[in-house]
Design a binder for this molecule. Structure first.
Ligand code: PMP
Length: 426
């Protein structure tokens, strides 16, 4: 049993900021990050043995709950056969086939090791395929930290108020056009002016890195239409939404077919996996078939494939998403009622098993500017008070939350009860 504060002090000597990914440092909420020791089902346990009901789920992958026995068994079984080979394995094809069968827009897919790699590779492919350089993204959307995409990024970069980062060459950022999420007119106007220079639009079809913002009716349809009209590639970044908001991701939920899709998180079952896929015509531009280069030593690592495939098998069950969505709705209804009773200005968003909490007096939040206007200080107080009561929420006002299949009614009720006390004290 070591105190998190001691572990953090030691880490800071050797790791910049003590963490391997900035948002983990609690700089979004202040205080000392909690060091986790182990997890099971809906719970994470810190280095001091305290249990928390977890709504982060490793930032999304743990849709079945932590350390699901069948996933752990699949990993053990695969690990015993060797960790990686840098050569083809049968399980990579099984994974590719499974994803292609689940997501009709994907005819071919390539595995990588992170979401960042997936989006970076999809951009290169879109640029190579169209022979154009400019890309369109949306303010508050985060697509990993590659240079072209770290322009007005969301997530950790928002938390720090650093919309783009030193080290990203101005010449690279110049080709990234950043528009307002859910503003269809801005998209049409930009394409009217520059459409024949735009390689692609990349979008989180449900924005999950500026809290949780669903697309307004017609927004994704507009993106599809302008891409068709101007010969640009539509990329849905479903690293977060893929297999989270439904078995066919946001594209299935909203009925829009992207040209390319990026995936991550859930398809790795918690191990480092990303992927990008789409129409055969575009994917065949990739080496070794085509001219666009892309590669990875650990891409398709069999242990990660085993974790991901087992996860995909277990979520592909009748009623799985209905249950997850109902649980999430129940949690949010409870939180909303508790906030209303305490007179706290509060609203929520939900898409499937993904949610957002906003300390805002707006009735609904659908724009980046509304997210930025929320009461961050109140969120920080709420976060820490919930943490004290054994509920682990994302340590940032700009991140989505996740419910897993392992959360029981008792867990949800305990969370609402804790929040009711906290709201009253705010
Ligand atoms: N795209 C989206 C939508 C994401 O949410 C993230 C990470 N949260 C990424 C890309 C980058 O993934 P990774 O952190 O695995 O590089």
């Amino acid at each position: 049993m070591t105190l998190s504060s001691e572990l953090f002090s030691q880490a800071k000597q050797y790791i910049p900021g003590g963490v391997n990914s900035p948002v983990r440092s609690f700089s979004g909420v202040g205080g000392t990050p909690v060091y986790f020791d182990h997890a099971a089902g809906a719970y994470v346990y810190d280095s001091e043995g305290k249990r928390y009901i977890d709504y982060v789920g490793s930032w999304g992958p743990m849709i079945l709950g932590h350390a699901h026995p069948a996933v752990i068994d699949a990993v053990k079984h695969s690990a015993e056969k060797g960790l990686s080979f840098g050569a083809p394995t049968e399980i990579e094809t099984l994974m590719a086939q499974t994803v292609c069968e689940l997501l009709p827009s994907i005819e071919m897919i390539r595995m990588v090791s992170s979401g960042t790699e997936a989006t970076m590779s999809a951009l290169r492919l879109a640029r190579g395929y169209t022979g154009r350089d400019k890309i369109v993204k949306f303010e508050g959307c985060y697509h990993g930290h590659s240079d072209s995409l770290l322009v007005k990024a969301g997530s950790g970069a928002l938390t720090f108020g650093v919309p783009s980062s030193p080290g990203v060459p101005a010449s690279v950022a110049a080709d990234t056009l950043t528009l307002t999420y859910n503003d269809s007119d801005a998209v049409r106007n930009t394409f009217a002016e520059l459409g024949d220079k735009i390689a692609c639009i990349i979008v989180e079809p449900v924005a999950g890195n500026m809290n949780c913002i669903p697309p307004e009716p017609g927004f994704l349809q507009t993106l599809r239409e302008v891409c068709d009209q101007y010969g640009s590639v539509l990329i849905f970044d479903e690293v977060m939404t893929g297999f989270r908001v439904g078995l066919q991701g946001a594209q299935g939920l909203y009925g829009i077919k992207p040209d390319l899709t990026t995936l991550g998180k859930i398809i790795g079952g918690g191990l480092p996996v990303g992927a990008f896929g789409g129409s055969r015509k575009i994917m065949e531009y990739l080496a070794p078939l085509g001219p666009v280069y892309q590669a990875g030593t650990l891409s398709g690592c069999p242990v990660a494939m085993a974790a991901g495939l087992k996860t995909l098998e277990l979520i592909n069950q009748p009623g799985f998403y209905e249950d997850l969505t109902a649980k999430t709705a129940k949690l949010l209804a409870g939180l909303q009622a508790a906030a209303d009773q305490a007179g706290i200005a509060f609203t929520t968003n939900q898409v499937g098993g993904m949610f957002g909490l906003f300390f805002s007096d707006e009735k609904s939040v659908s724009r980046f500017s509304q997210v930025m206007a929320c009461d961050v200080n109140r969120f920080k107080q709420f976060f820490h008070a919930m943490l004290d009561k054994g509920v682990y929420l994302a340590p940032s006002a700009f991140e989505a939350g996740f419910v897993s299949a392992a959360h029981t009614d008792e867990d949800l009720q305990a969370t609402v009860d804790a929040a009711a006390e906290v709201f009253k004290a705010l």
